[in-house]
Design a protein. Sequence first.
Length: 357
Amino acid sequence: SDDELHARIERAKATLGDRVVVLGHFYQRDEVVRHADFLGDSFQLANAALTKPDAEAIVFCGVHFMAETADILARDDQRVILPNLAAGCSMADMADIDSVEAAWAELTAVYGTAPDADGRVPVIPVTYMNSAADLKAFCGRNGGIVCTSSNAATVLEWAFERGQRVLFFPDQHLGRNTAKAMGISTDRMPMWNPRKALGGNDEQTLLDAQVVLWHGFCSVHRRFTVEQIEQARREDPGVQVIVHPECPMAVVDAADAAGSTDLIRRTVAAATEPTSFAIGTEINMVNRLAAEYPQHRITCLDPVVCPCSTMYRIHPGYLAWVLEALVRGEVLNEITVPTDVQADARVALERMLAAKP
Ligand code: 13P
Ligand code: SF4
């Protein structure tokens, strides 16, 4: 039964004590969240992986790229465990190293390698945290950096101090929304389609570009629409609409605020008067906020509900399984990033961690 499962997880955690730390992303289901020692957005979880030097094992209740990041940042002898290896991210899968290297070769052929009068190189690669470790390593090797949804503007500023342009992957929406908020015209943000020569652009468009956007997107967040926002406002003219920046640009523009999962949580937590919120992000998180803050009216913008199916693959049964194995001294479902990839990826992640918050 569910109660037995929870009791098994609690027993295993009590036996392991400080030898294990369980990290959980905000999108995890409640039955998993209740066992997390630390709950956060992807930036906070990357930091949390660094703050538990005593733990022999980090059990990551999130998706594959998050566990890889923990492995890159954690001490070499710390083991990182993903309770279900099938918990991937469809957006992260939309950029692979071969396509990005091919794009880079074409772009550098157009741009050359000579810096401008301010010493800025022609183009800097920026990868969203939601990407495979080898793409983070690519950024580390090529003067680039990683960003999350909570620091994308800071990271783009970092990149424009060092480069004339940015190649941003995999999420077109986060790239476009962030660059637009910085005052960059969408006319100067061509999309890169990896199946076409020059990504489907002419040379002049690429030369004029400020941000070249990869074609990736999140299948959960692209479901949100301007019509849903209008409907929410018709139902309650005082509603506050907050969305994640992985939503399409028109949705972010129509919302009252956009930001990372932690910004959404903090906005709700900071409301002192009973408020109506319509939120455009994953349903497990929205439902949890609604339960935690009953003084507010909190609904999901999408009436059909929108779970992240891969986050949902972390079931408490898998958590019990990996924790009980640890009690027996067995490490199951370990995520190990190859050493050479780790070294380069760490460079790009450390640039992000050092960029001002
Ligand atoms: P956050 O960085 O806002 O937690 O988002 C992670 C994610 O995967 C959103 O889809
Ligand atoms: Fe990936 Fe979207 Fe799920 Fe986030 S919500 S983990 S971007 S599929």
